[in-house]
Design a protein around this ligand. Sequence first.
Ligand code: GLC
Length: 388
Amino acid sequence: MGVDSSGTLQDLVDTFNEEHKGEFQVRYREMPADTGQYFDQLRTELQAAASEIDVIGGDVIWPAQFAANGWILDVSDRFPESERQRFLPAPVDSLVYEGAIYGVPWFTDAGMLYYRTDLLEQAGFSEPPGTWDEMKEMALKTAQDTGTRDGFVFQGAQYEGGTVNGLEYIWTHGGDVLSGDQVVIDSPEAVAGLETERSMISDGVASQAVSTYKEQETDPAFLGGRSVFARNWPYMYALSEDPEVSKIEPAQIGIAPLPAGESGQSFAGLGGWNMMINANSQRQEEAWEFVKWMTSEQGQRQRALAATLLPTRKSLYEDQEILEKVPVIRLGKEAIQSTKSRPVSPYYSDMSLAMAEQFNLSLKGETDPQAAVQNLQEELTKIVEQGS
Ligand code: GLC
């Protein structure tokens, strides 16, 4: 699994090992924080079939590609329909490839709009924005009135998170990437989406630096009190509860669904992480034992309480303790209910590299949005056609 800033993963592994003394022990191998870099490293190992990894904590965008290459174990028998029903449908769907299922959902993610309730109030706003234009106006006025450096921070770097952010602009303006197997990204809606993203910098709402921001740069900007708004995943909420990390407190933070374009609707990019088993693992029974334990109510509850990682088990959304102690679940409810998946394809990783590049060039003003979607129409079509 990638870097776990919350430390809860090692705690859980320790507890598991304690409970399984004399049977077998699990070691957490830390992989890169950037999901794309993690993916590259894993792919190299899995291709060589030489990996000592048994269990993979993997991004929701990976199963189609891993399954198509035979790298992960089909767990359809171990994880039957009756059991799958206890989980949220979108994370389960992320694991289904050609009718079989390849893992168990671990935690889910949704892109959300974080805002400073105190600053908006000082600037005379009582509600979060509904559209991107409203957000820009509010961000500019609030930053100016309150002497805050930035209006908005988000993930604009050339990497997977940049792909998700770009897609959210496209989706909230009514555009999309695929319709069935057809690439449909060259549309006026997608252009409008990338224009809005670009305007964050060109209209001075965000600094030029967001074109290099990943999640790790977003956290200190928003939690350090340097931005009115931020787009991020739920985990950032937990960091605001730690005064060593955050200059602002949870009471100063509001959460809303991402704004929509004038004629679009709000969507949140679906993120999240699954537990999968290496198809070449020599310890499949033990691996399954561990996957079951980590994705159990108890395992998920601990991560939700300590790290505000959203559970994938439906029951935990009705759990009083969680609802009380993990406010981001209540505050982010609308976002969690309006998620949209990135394209599902065995070639997704190539598609994403192309999108990350064009979205970043467009954000920096080096390619205009119209040309960016035309380039993508061509590149993505080539990639998708490899498979037919
Ligand atoms: C989060 C999401 C993951 C996404 C990544 C992008 O970790 O859960 O799905 O790919 O962010 O940076």
